[in-house]
Design a protein around this ligand. Structure first.
Ligand SMILES: NC(=O)c1ccc[n+]([C@@H]2O[C@H](COP(=O)([O-])OP(=O)(O)OC[C@H]3O[C@@H](n4cnc5c(N)ncnc54)[C@H](O)[C@@H]3O)[C@@H](O)[C@H]2O)c1
Length: 398
């Protein structure tokens, strides 16, 4: 059997996160050693068939399916990412586990504690591999800070201050999707706070107490979408508006709270989906007795650190460019060299697309530089060398 020993993967949901999962399984086989089982890209499922087909074709999956049930019953699927609305996680995950599939479920695990508990019991009763998609655990910078803290390099942890601010809900025209339904806790807290609290616990250990929480809903009704929606994208609307709630209290746009960690550290948190000018504003500072570290998602490939090692005169925070020795960098990025960080691989992707489009005669992207431009580049270099050799004289290019 040709597929023996390989892992067949599928993704439920062809929306914002589903596409990221679909792309990720494609990339996974390029990361770390080549001694792993091969990955078979089997199916993307979405009740919005067009989305499933788009993602399947885009990322090289064998087929598109119209719902998670077809994935559950597919004998060629071993492992499934669930990237549907939080309210659907329980039904889908329980169905997949019952069918014997390994499951990576998006965060937050479920829309309610009761659902998450039932899913956890089902997962633990199975012999299957299950996981929650806390993506920021894979940030090389955040994991490097975690390793520093765990090794005691910053001393005993005193305090954490974190924020996850986005602005996707600030526009009153943003349609009423599943994100706005479910009562307090299911809004910005579930969407963004779930990432932030996981990061804080990764760094500081488990939280034992929260206090001082306040929530705010700014927009209490939103336009009802006429059809399918994707992530935070604008969508066609019906002309009617609907309430931002499904339970007794409204689904929050913003929240603040404080926490106490088991190890004694204290934390302050701020989350928002209506933070003007912050499309993806995740960041934090963590302070220990002998050092501190800070991270800002806008500068994903770096973090700053302060330690007592350099002495008081030069003891300001220093910027660390992550890698190239960090394992996610060393064995992950296709181009491994000091200082080559995140985004470099993406540039190669855009370049390949532009080159292929030129071959296919497809307009849109700026073409690759032609050889004559490359020739000019060599002439510039030659002129520089000639200038240097002549003691700095002016040398014409070409
Ligand atoms: N880790 C991250 O950084 C991250 C980022 C965005 C979203 N998420 C999480 O991913 C999940 C999905 O969010 P999203 O923004 O992609 O939502 P989305 O609305 O863009 O996509 C969800 C998709 O699920 C589909 N769907 C609904 N019922 C289905 C069914 N029965 N079978 C198959 N597909 C079905 C919908 O048609 C929709 O296309 C949420 O849990 C969210 O919290 C995580």
């Amino acid at each position: 059997m040709p597929d023996q020993g390989s892992i067949g993967v599928a993704v439920i949901g062809g929306g914002m996160a589903g596409r990221a999962h679909a792309a990720a399984y494609r990339t996974a086989s390029t990361l770390f050693g080549l001694d792993r089982p091969a990955v078979r890209l089997v199916a993307v499922a979405d009740v919005n068939r067009a989305l499933a087909e788009d993602a399947a074709r885009r990322y090289g999956y064998r087929r598109a399916e119209a719902g998670w049930e077809a994935v559950a019953t597919a004998p060629d699927v071993d492992a499934v990412s669930v990237a549907a609305a939080n309210q659907l996680h329980r039904e889908i995950v329980e169905g997949l586990l019952a069918a014997g599939k390994h499951v990576l479920c998006e965060k937050p695990l479920a829309a309610t504690y009761a659902d998450a508990q039932a899913m956890t019991e089902a997962a633990e009763a199975s012999r299957l591999v299950t996981g929650v998609g806390y993506t920021y655990r894979r940030s090389p910078a955040i994991s490097a800070i975690r390793e520093l803290l765990a090794a005691g390099e910053l001393g005993e942890i005193i305090q954490f201050s974190g924020r996850y601010w986005e602005d996707y809900a600030l526009d009153p025209a943003t349609p009423l999707t599943w994100r706005y339904q479910g009562g307090t806790g299911s809004g910005a807290l579930a969407d963004l706070g779930s990432h932030l609290t996981d990061i804080a616990e990764q760094l500081c250990g488990p939280m034992v107490e929260v206090s001082g929480a306040m929530v705010r809903t700014v927009l209490t009704s939103r336009p009802v979408p006429a059809g399918a929606t994707v992530g935070h994208d604008p969508a066609e609307v019906t002309g009617q508006t609907g309430p931002v709630q499904n339970g007794p209290v409204q689904n929050e746009d913003a929240a603040v709270f404080t926490s106490r960690f088991g190890g004694g550290a204290v934390g302050t948190f701020s989350v928002s989906r209506v933070a003007h000018g912050q499309p993806d504003g995740l960041g934090f500072e963590v302070f220990g007795t002998t050092g501190s570290a800070a991270f800002d998602l806008h500068r994903m490939g770096e973090f700053s650190i302060s330690t007592t090692g350099l002495g008081r005169a030069v003891n300001g925070p220093r910027r660390v460019i992550v890698g190239p020795e960090h394992p996610y960098v060393r064995q992950g990025l296709p181009m491994v060299a000091a200082g080559v960080g995140y985004g470099t691989g993406d540039m190669f992707g855009y370049q390949a697309r532009a080159f292929l489009d030129q071959i296919g005669g497809i307009p849109g992207l700026p073409p690759c530089a032609d050889f004559r431009t490359g020739l000019h580049g060599i002439a510039v270099l030659d002129a520089i060398v000639a200038s240097a050799r002549s003691g700095g004289a002016a040398v014409p290019v070409g």
